[in-house]
Design a binder for this molecule. Sequence first.
Ligand SMILES: *Cc1c(COP(=O)(O)O)cnc(C)c1O
Length: 386
Amino acid sequence: MSYLFPTYNRLDIELVKGEGTKVTDAEGNTYLDFIAGIAVCNLGHSPAVVKQAIADQMDQIWHVSNLFKIPQQEEAAALLADMSGLDAVFFCNSGAEANEAAIKLAKKHSGKTKIITFKQSFHGRTFATMSATGQEKIHSGFGPLAPQFEYLPFNDVEALSELQGDDIAGIMVEVIQGEGGVNIGTEAFLKEIEKKCKELDALLIIDEVQTGIGRTGKPFAFQHYDLKPDIVTSAKGLGSGFPVGAMMGGKDLIQSFSPGTHGSTFGGNPLAMAAVKATLDAIFDESFLNEVASKSAAFIQLLKEKVEPLPIVKVVKGTGFMIGIELECEAKECIESLRGSGLLTLPAGPDVIRLLPPLTVTGEELQEAVSIIEGVLQSQTAGTAY
Ligand SMILES: *Cc1c(COP(=O)(O)O)cnc(C)c1O
């Protein structure tokens, strides 16, 4: 009997210790963790620099509320503004809250009511962000949804080019859909979104909750494309596991979030900001990001050579360390077998194995992961399950 709402199908594994890419369960089994808390532990488990920063702040003061000046918030915001090319930051506690802030800001700023999102997207579980999410199974049982979200097909330039209306406050998109299947937005599609936003005087909102904070080898994934978003949201990797989210916006938007329009009790407290600053100092370092880019490119190349040709595999896709292995069948059993062989991975959509290793993963660990994946997917091919 559990006292928890069963909102998650939990594995019967208790992870009790983590260091770098390696985690150990209560029975002493060790795993290579290519889930990393779902793209959260980008610096690996228990990173020393973040641990020290939080410990130092713990000795000073934990929480003061946003009724007071919080210089650590200014410093963290400066790092995010600098790397995103935007001008102001609102801190909150999760990805859903960051997107919630983005939706509110877009409406408040534009005076318009409709937000366009995409099918297979994922934007969160609060009422507005669930409504923004383009997946029926996530809406099921919660209707009527928050009004005026409209879902267009992802990577469909033509559907987008037909978009019209003077009531569109913003278009919100993940440049690589995470939960939806590691679907990589095409340059043509993303540029068309930007063009439409200009044409319709709508805000371009990029959800970088999963793709941001170095995950794809750039500070933010939109930087792989020549895009200028009005709003960018972040969370997951932002605090290395300390719960924190952020919404960044351009200078035109600043006056639309005036005192009293939005807020958060915990948002941006000194402990969270210590975690964010230490995380960003490590990740937004040019040589760190260059190494992420080269390590991940070599890894994807190796997966393409060794894993993609297996009969069970449709395609290996990914940017940086956001990688999907799309199968000819459901991914569930393969993920279980991988776990049995000591590699933790997660699904994205029904038929994709998603790999999200810590960005600090070593070359040796990547080699080991490829051998495990190759072995497991090979035997699954020959096996009986399908
Ligand atoms: C995880 C995720 C969210 C929601 O973040 P939470 O912190 O769980 O609220 C929103 N958007 C994207 C793209 C995500 O991957």
